[in-house]
Ligand binder design. Structure first.
Ligand code: F6P
Length: 325
């Protein structure tokens, strides 16, 4: 027995409307199934490539495909859901029934390059209201401020669900008997930090402002920032953002010049928007360039990419100053 609140209790306490609360329960349950498959690893024959590429020309891992199928099948079976869209599918998939109130977008298994090395991976999701009429890709092109809920599940040392419905951020840990129990009732991102996360191997491709900001961190106590910084990069956004949720920090996947026509690597609808909603709800900031909020970007395509800079509020301000915006 435990006196901790369950996910259901917590959502009821927050007066989240019944349909949304039920939908979040379904997403959380599907993620328990994904957790089980991920845990099987080599024993279950689920590691390695699937032999397919996704719409973004990236190699899909078997677990990307399995996780996508779990979420898609379970969500589309619910009368609450009008359609789903995923990083792993070319186009959205509308439900075959009428009357669904919600659209769900997800990155079914974020951090795919971690799968085969048994490093953390996760699921990221975003919930929108379904508009009237037919569900096509256009129905999903709503800006990040329209999100009704967003969250992620981190399949790490513990399995954790971190969730917002627009009234702060709460964290739940999956118990051994399969319940989501409230362990982090009010997650806040500390405003100051001495930790940054960026893929340093791209340094030569960054814009000048980002170069200057990171140079200031690397110069440490002897530089103009007057303090030493630590650097961390898990290469799974879920895990890097979770660290920021727990102890502050900044995460950058900025625009770079490798493919100048692509504004960034990460996807607005499956990564940028849900993570920005969570970070802002926890008191942090999230921006494309220091000035423009990710949540204000008007989406024009389902698989649109966006530069992402998010984390501790005062450090994001510093990045904005350094980048001259
Ligand atoms: O899908 C994107 C992703 O796997 C993120 O989860 C992660 O932050 C990033 O790519 C890692 O990129 P890179 O391979 O360049 O380090």
């Amino acid at each position: 027995m435990t006196d901790r609140s369950t996910l259901k209790d917590h959502l009821a306490q927050q007066a989240v409307e019944t349909g949304l609360s039920e939908l979040l329960g379904l997403i959380a349950a599907a993620c328990i199934d994904i957790r089980k498959v991920v845990s099987g690893g080599a024993l279950a024959g689920v590691l390695g490539a699937s032999g397919n590429v996704n719409v973004q020309d990236e190699e899909q891992k078997k677990l990307d495909v399995i996780s996508n199928d779990i979420l898609t099948e379970q969500l589309l079976a619910s009368p609450l859901v009008a359609g789903v869209a995923s990083e792993e599918m070319d186009n959205c998939q509308p439900a075959t029934h009428d009357g669904g109130k919600y659209l769900v977008l997800f990155d079914p298994l974020d951090g795919s390059s971690n799968i085969d090395i048994n490093a953390p991976v996760g699921t990221i999701f975003s919930v929108l209201a379904a508009p009237e009429g037919d569900i096509t890709d256009v129905a999903f092109l709503q800006d990040g401020r329209q999100q009704l809920a967003a969250g992620y599940v981190l399949y790490g040392g513990q399995t954790m669900l971190v969730l917002t419905t627009g009234a702060g951020v709460a964290g739940f840990t999956l118990s051994l008997d399969g319940q989501w129990l409230l362990t982090h009732p009010e997650i806040r991102v500390t405003p100051d930090t001495k930790e940054f996360a960026i893929n340093m191997s791209n340094q030569r491709h960054w814009a000048e402002g980002v170069q200057k900001y990171v140079a200031g961190c690397l110069a440490g106590a002897e530089g103009h920032r007057g303090k030493n910084f630590n650097m961390r990069w898990v290469a799974a956004m879920v895990a890097d953002v979770h660290r920021i949720m727990m102890r502050g920090g900044v995460f950058l996947y900025p625009w770079d010049s490798r493919e100048p026509n692509k504004p960034g690597k990460l996807r607005l609808m499956y990564e940028g928007n849900p993570m920005s909603f969570l970070v802002e709800q926890a008191g942090g900031k999230s921006t494309t360039d220091g000035r423009n909020a990710i949540l204000d970007v008007t989406p024009t395509q389902l698989h649109q990419r966006v530069p992402v800079i998010l984390g501790s509020a005062n450090e994001i301000e510093e990045i904005a100053r350094t980048c001259g915006v």
